[in-house]
Design a protein around this ligand. Sequence first.
Ligand SMILES: Cc1cc2nc3c(=O)[nH]c(=O)nc-3n(C[C@H](O)[C@H](O)[C@H](O)COP(=O)(O)OP(=O)(O)OC[C@H]3O[C@@H](n4cnc5c(N)ncnc54)[C@H](O)[C@@H]3O)c2cc1C
Length: 422
Amino acid sequence: MLARRCAAVPLPSLRAGCGSQRLQFSSTAASRADFTHVVVGGGVVGLAVARQLALRPSTSTLLVERNAAVGTETSSRNSEVIHAGIYYGAASLKMRLCVRGRRLLYDLCDRHAVGHRRTGKWIVAQTDAQRGALERIHALCRDEIGVETRWVGREEMERDGEGVRARTGALDSPTTGIVDVHGLMVCLQGLFEDAGGVVALNSPVTGVRPLGSSPPGSAGWEVDVRDASTGESSTITADTLVNAAGLGAVDVHNMIVPEPRRRRLFLAKGNYFSYAASHPRVSRLIYPAPEPGAGGLGTHLTLDLGGRVRFGPDVEWVESPDDLAVNAARLPQAIAEIKKYLPGVDASCLTPDYAGVRPKLSDKRSVGTGDGFNDFIIRREDGYEGWVNLLGIESPGLTSSLAIAEEVDQLMHGSGGTHSTH
Ligand SMILES: Cc1cc2nc3c(=O)[nH]c(=O)nc-3n(C[C@H](O)[C@H](O)[C@H](O)COP(=O)(O)OP(=O)(O)OC[C@H]3O[C@@H](n4cnc5c(N)ncnc54)[C@H](O)[C@@H]3O)c2cc1C
């Protein structure tokens, strides 16, 4: 099957041997670039995008990842929830890509035996205001986006509630589920390599330059890469560039654009706490009703595929993407939030687990006032040719990853050339 396995090696090794027919360095003509596509960032989104692009005939795709393995940053520090797509405005990219991505993801998991489960989820309300929020979600799902939701009746709540409290109502989202995100990324990397794609690990991108001037990028792209183990630098060329660098995406963006177009990234850490007790035993995901401007979906109850319960993530604004230690000082606040919907939780069985950092495009002030909804940015950047830029790919980026890949492919190649990944 693997006709050209040349993956998961540092970039200098690629240049020395494998794939040498592609590696004609120092070319500035787009048609003679080393690769047709270079994707920066080997998280779940970069992997999905690279795999989609590699399926095009007569292309060569390089995925460049700064760490020693793919998927070690945000993609392995999340809730592993396959979201239904019910929280975002009907016109948003988040809604469209989440709904499409969920279907694609379940399908891919079924076909490639990636671990997943359709657990369903209840969103629970304790106040009238929260009930109002659930009513708005239900109406949006029913009238505008065609996603299934259902009220949980009082009797059902008493019979099947498993100790969960929902004073003013509970909404069931039956299409929500969980996925083994590590297994998903292994699968995507394998599919990418099977399609002839190349992964360069330990390869931080340190510089990016568009070639040509009318417009910049019309003659391709130069990408500077440092070998993290030797410190040696090299430059590759590609016809097109995808920036899927997650927490590093704004840095990559700022390497390219002039000063007035530079952006700033804001960071919202989410702390998780694992639960060691067997009671209460809850078999579906439980989310509190969303609070406008909270910056997250609230400290919820999620399950992994082994049935283990964990709670989180909260929202803690931090200064560094490397601030990944769980802040144990936030446990009392988490317990207070959890007790609102699971009063029988045994607080002594909660321990710090792990944390992930959300790449936010606006800061806590605008998020906190409720007007800070940031949609995904996925676009061809104005004034450049051959560059698709992905910024602010926070939740539901995992669920949306396969649909984001389709979107990037469309932006890059147009609808005429759409091809199937099946
Ligand atoms: C706390 C939390 C909970 C979440 N829960 C969910 C959920 O339940 N469901 C859901 O759908 N989504 C969830 N998300 C969102 C989801 O995890 C992300 O949207 C998704 O993982 C983003 O993937 P990515 O590939 O864009 O980013 P990443 O996984 O961050 O990958 C980007 C990669 O780029 C690499 N990189 C960065 N800079 C460079 C550079 N200069 N050179 C080379 N490589 C570089 C990094 O090393 C990294 O591997 C959650 C996120 C958080 C933080």
